[in-house]
Design a binder for this molecule. Structure first.
Ligand code: COA
Length: 144
């Protein structure tokens, strides 16, 4: 249904144009910020979520050098493409990708309190709250 593709000269303008809804803007950084973060903090990979040949969303993952955990750091689907299953498919695909890392036995992520759509999505694919709050966000983990 979807593919995860690297950010390249061919798709990066398309990815920069993807935006969440106005009321979701506090839930996730812009894609331009995320791609910049990947260039500054090594070991993080930015990926386009592509459906029918066009970018509909974005995700970013990596291993936090401080705590050693693998994280899904960002996940977003463009406002015009939400509610079609791309978010769940993208999340599952990035979980599969991270799971291929030899030393990975757990994947972590966090969400802004009140972001119930995101929590419902992550819960539906097996993530559970750890009880921790990190930088004001609620932490979830998936044991592999
Ligand atoms: C969270 C997000 C990625 C979901 O993407 P999406 O493509 O709309 O999600 P899907 O269509 O795959 O839906 C998957 C599940 O997410 C939850 N969900 C998504 N949109 C929802 C909504 N408007 N209301 C309630 N639940 C919702 C549901 O559990 C849904 O499962 P269901 O269809 O079986 O009910 C998208 O809403 C988004 O980009 N939000 C803003 C950025 C963000 O919050 N990112 C997460 C940061 S931690």
């Amino acid at each position: 249904m979807i593919e995860l593709k690297p950010i390249t000269p061919d798709n990066y303008i398309e990815v920069l144009k993807l935006n969440v809804r106005e009321d979701q803007k506090t839930y996730v950084a812009t894609n331009v910020r995320s791609i910049a973060d990947c260039n500054v903090y090594k070991g993080y990979e930015p990926l386009a979520i592509v459906a029918d040949g066009r970018a509909v969303g974005f995700c970013m993952w990596g291993r936090d050098p401080d705590d050693g955990h693998y994280h899904i750091v960002r996940l977003m689907v463009d406002a015009d493409h939400q509610g079609k299953g791309y978010g769940r498919a993208g999340a599952k695909a990035v979980v599969e990708r991270i799971s291929a890392e030899a030393e990975c036995n757990e994947i972590r992520l966090s969400f802004v309190p009140g972001n119930e759509d995101a929590e419902a999505l992550y819960t539906s694919i097996g993530f559970e709250r750890t009880g921790e709050i990190k930088d004001g966000e609620i932490v979830m983990a998936l044991k592999l």
